[in-house]
Each structure stands twice: as structure tokens, then as C-alpha cells.
Write a protein that binds this ligand. Structure first.
Ligand SMILES: O=C(CO)[C@@H](O)[C@H](O)COP(=O)(O)O
Ligand SMILES: [Fe+2]
Length: 224
């Protein structure tokens, strides 16, 4: 199993102090900044775009930025986010007319590419593009909002995705997003995830470091 990555979702950060919030959560031990892009079309909410990603880079953020695109169409956002400093760019297969082309665009822009699966989206979308994937992201809530509860059926889906990834022989991360907390991260890890997005669990806490440390301790406990 790979080193586990903790990726706080800045959707639950204080947007009025975003640079400071990102600095604080990285200083508290986060590995990756999860950046939720919503367009009020693919999902019923509207958030942030490439200018904010660029602003974080200009602010001095050097950690990987994991851009989760909840937009349709997908392709015209890819070059802008690559230019703005994205490390990972992931998108929902239903939102792209040409999944293979979107993945190729991400890779040729120099970013890591991934597909995102909603709770009811079947995993077979990954079958013919495994060679182009750096990450598979399973949503454990319906996309659009932070602070929702983890959908338990995602645990079986994680096991299924882990099996597909392992059998493929490719080096692909398995990311989970939605309702991840200290009290469920152990079973999520045991089901096969190695990259954990957590928004409200971290940013709604007074001490980010304690939450991140506790998450890592639960992962270590589940792995021993
Ligand atoms: O992509 C999304 C929601 O669509 C997520 O990244 C959420 O922002 C996660 O928030 P929590 O469920 O951890 O509060
Ligand atoms: Fe997300």
C-alpha cells in the first residue's frame, strides 16, 4: 500500500482568509490541497476557478493542488487549471463527451489525471482508460456540498475499485471524498483508499493538527 495522503477540502475553509487557511492546514500536516470547482450546472453550487488556484500559487503554496472539477463541459477548463498550477485534475465521466480525450488533455498539459465516480456511477467507466489514470476518486456523498454524511455502500465500491486497480498493474491512487471523519477513516482505509479528502471534519475543528494526527493514527491502527 502507498503512503496515505490527507487532502483537506478548502470548500469548508474560510474563503475570506483562504491563503492563511491553506498555510495553516499544510502546517498542520496536510499533504495535498483539495480544490472543489463547481459550476451551478453539473452540480447545484458555484465555487472557485483557475484564478483562485493561481492566487494560491502566487501566495506561496507549493503543496500539490488536487483540482476536482464538477463542471460540464470539462475540456475548456483543463488548460486554464494546468496554467494556474494544478497538480491533479479530476473530472466526472458523465460530464465529458469524450473521456479519453479529456484524460489526454490533462496528461499533455503536464498534470496527473483522474476520474471521479458519483455514488451511483458504475466503475466500468475506468475500464479502457486505466493506462491514462493517476487517480480514481470515489465520491461517498453526492457532489455539490460539504458537510454531508458518508454513504456506507461506498465501502464495497472501494473494495471493488481497489481490486480493479491492483489487477490492472498500473500505479493509480484511490481517493475518497465526502463525509470522511476521524471515526470512519480507519474502515475507509481498510476498504482500499490511500488518499483522503476531508473538508468539514478539518476546517470546522478548532485545531487542524489534532484532527489530521488523529486521522493518521486511525489509519495506522486499521493497518496494523
Ligand atoms: O467534492 C466535494 C463535495 O462535492 C467535497 O470535496 C466536499 O467538500 C467534502 O466535504 P466534507 O464531506 O468532507 O465536508
Ligand atoms: Fe471534492
Amino acid at each position: 500500500m502507498k503512503e496515505c495522503l490527507i487532502a483537506p477540502s478548502i470548500l469548508s475553509a474560510d474563503f475570506a482568509r483562504l491563503g492563511e487557511e491553506v498555510d495553516n492546514v499544510l502546517a498542520a500536516g496536510a499533504d495535498v490541497v483539495h480544490f472543489d470547482v463547481m459550476d451551478n450546472h453539473y452540480v447545484p453550487n458555484l465555487t472557485i476557478g483557475p484564478m483562485v488556484c493561481k492566487a494560491l500559487r502566487n501566495h506561496g503554496v507549493t503543496a500539490p493542488i488536487d483540482v476536482h472539477l464538477m463542471v460540464s463541459p470539462v475540456d475548456r477548463m483543463i488548460a486554464d487549471f494546468a496554467e494556474a498550477g494544478a497538480t491533479y485534475i479530476t473530472f466526472h465521466p458523465e460530464a465529458s463527451d469524450h473521456i479519453d480525450r479529456s484524460l489526454q488533455l490533462i496528461k499533455s498539459a503536464g498534470c496527473k489525471a483522474g476520474l471521479v465516480f458519483n455514488p451511483a456511477t458504475p466503475l466500468h467507466y475506468m475500464d479502457y482508460v486505466m493506462d491514462k489514470l493517476d487517480v480514481v476518486l470515489l465520491m461517498s456523498v453526492n457532489p455539490g456540498f460539504g458537510g454531508q454524511s458518508f454513504i456506507p455502500a461506498t465501502l464495497d465500491k472501494l473494495r471493488e475499485a481497489r481490486k480493479k486497480i491492483d489487477e490492472s498493474g498500473y500505479d493509480i491512487r484511490l481517493e475518497i471524498d465526502g463525509g470522511v471523519k476521524v471515526d470512519n477513516i480507519g474502515e475507509i482505509y481498510a476498504a482500499g483508499a490511500d488518499m483522503f479528502v476531508a473538508g468539514s471534519a478539518i476546517f470546522n475543528a478548532t485545531d487542524y493538527k489534532t484532527v489530521i494526527d488523529d486521522m493518521r493514527a486511525e489509519i495506522a491502527k486499521a493497518g496494523s
